[in-house]
Ligand binder design. Sequence first.
Ligand SMILES: [Zn+2]
Length: 326
Amino acid sequence: MPQSDPTDARDTPGSSVSGEKRRKSKNGESSRKRGYNDNTRLANGSTSHVLRRSSISKPGRDGRDEPTIKRQKRERRRRQTVEDGERDAASVNDDGNAEAGAAGALTRLDSPVIDFDGLSRPSVGTRERLEESPEEAAARLDRIKGAVRTLLECVGENPNREGLLATPERYAKAMMFFTRGYEQNVLDIVNGAIFQEGHSEMVIVKDVDIFSVCEHHLVPFTGKMHIGYIPNNAVIGISKLPRIAEMFARRLQIQERLTKEVANAIFEVLRPQGVAVVMQSSHLCMVMRGVQKTSSTTVTSCMLGCFERRDKTRNEFLSLINVNSS
Ligand SMILES: [Zn+2]
């Protein structure tokens, strides 16, 4: 019953904006209005087009995957690494490699994104999916088909009419495609394509197309992602950046987390001086229902390392991606 649904498209548990929204109104109508205003401000703010959404303190992950090392410790170590990097870029690179080697490539427990099994959040179900036999895969498809048939009946359709006969199967296959990122992991994607180039200038990949599925409504959100980083000697194969973005996008997502996961993953595998990710997208759950504002765009950003610390670096990135022009 979408009419009385008090949750807004952007109503995410980790967001302070929507948290405030929830507290201040139990009424669906006013909540929707507030959502609209928030998003308009995000899209059209005159001085800053990008708002930091650092309020999402918890990565959306399976509780069973919580790393043992505390977040604070993790942050302190990362900051230390980056500061060392500024003092002596060459030597920290050696240190960083030595550390990674000692810990083993797959056991970086301080990573908020890459779990030791390399599949990231939520790893229990995704591992089952990755390792299933053809029979199990067929059984999984059958279960989805049954659910879609039920759904068709519940909306008042006749699943046996000609046009809908193959729909459950088509949808099941499409859904598995939309979520195929659960079967990939960052380390396989990077596949050693990290090169010691002695390069330390900003690298930007603009306008990466993103097609993801909102985990709150299971409808798509689409947009563009801009990814930048400043190397610490090592550069990553340029095609790997869109592929990392694609992997996280092909999971059930919220835009805020998607932005953060891409930035964190690049930071983890490359250990650069900094990573910046900005994403603009349009959410069908907002456009087709709820507030029905077809032109609103949601912008999220995640700045790590020198992008977070230095205004100049951040502003250079923002002017180069020229968020406002598209
Ligand atoms: Zn949604």
